[in-house]
Design a binder for this molecule. Structure first.
Ligand SMILES: [Fe+2]
Length: 202
């Protein structure tokens, strides 16, 4: 069930069962080989040091780690979870008549690194105001590691949205301005996002 996200217009939280869709566990096991995604910055920094590189983390580190997720093959366990999630959790809310991206965008926002996305509205780029955004974090997100959104169309009063693992954020990212800030928390965010459209709505 979609729950209105308090303090925001056209933003909803959608809880789901992580035992049925264990995204974080699969990523920990198959992609990053770490015990906790939220501490990815610690493991990655150590790994850099062990290779004789400076331990500091910056935007290119976010891209390196994101690329590791983006490389997952279509038939992988992670993609099976993704398609199952869309089929069983998202689609039924919209009459099972949606079209969506087969390749979601993967994101990593390491603790201690700067913003990974400037303020924007997706429809300015996609020209698809009919599309709805789903933002799915695999770590608990809050403050500097989460997505920031304006509370209503055109207000530009950006606020962080708290989304714990086991919830999807569904929002009108075509028209609501959103972006990120510096991750000044001690917790890395790993997430994916995609857009979908209700068939026949365009
Ligand atoms: Fe966006």
């Amino acid at each position: 069930m979609l729950n209105k996200c308090e303090g925001f217009n056209s933003v909803w939280l959608l809880p789901y069962e992580t035992r049925q869709f264990p995204f974080a566990e699969v990523l920990e096991k198959t992609v990053f080989k770490v015990p906790s995604l939220a501490k990815l910055h610690v493991y990655w920094s150590r790994k850099k040091q062990s290779k004789g590189l400076p331990p500091d983390l910056d935007y290119p580190d976010n891209l390196r780690l994101r690329a590791a997720m983006q490389k997952l093959p279509d038939g992988s366990e992670f993609y099976e979870l993704y398609h199952g999630f869309v089929r069983d959790v998202i689609a039924p809310l919209f009459g099972n008549r949606i079209s969506y991206s087969a390749h979601p965008k993967m994101r990593v926002h390491l603790a201690g690194t700067g913003s990974v996305s400037a303020w924007h509205r997706d429809a300015d780029i996609t020209r698809r105001p009919d599309q709805i955004n789903v933002w799915l974090p695999f770590t608990d997100t809050f403050a500097g590691n989460t997505l920031w959104l304006e509370s209503d169309y055109g207000l530009r009063d950006f606020h962080p949205v708290n989304v714990s693992y086991g919830n999807a954020l569904v929002f009108d990212g075509g028209a609501l301005e959103h972006g990120t800030v510096e991750n000044d928390t001690d917790s890395t965010r790993v997430s994916l996002d995609f857009r979908f459209a209700i068939k026949g709505s365009k």
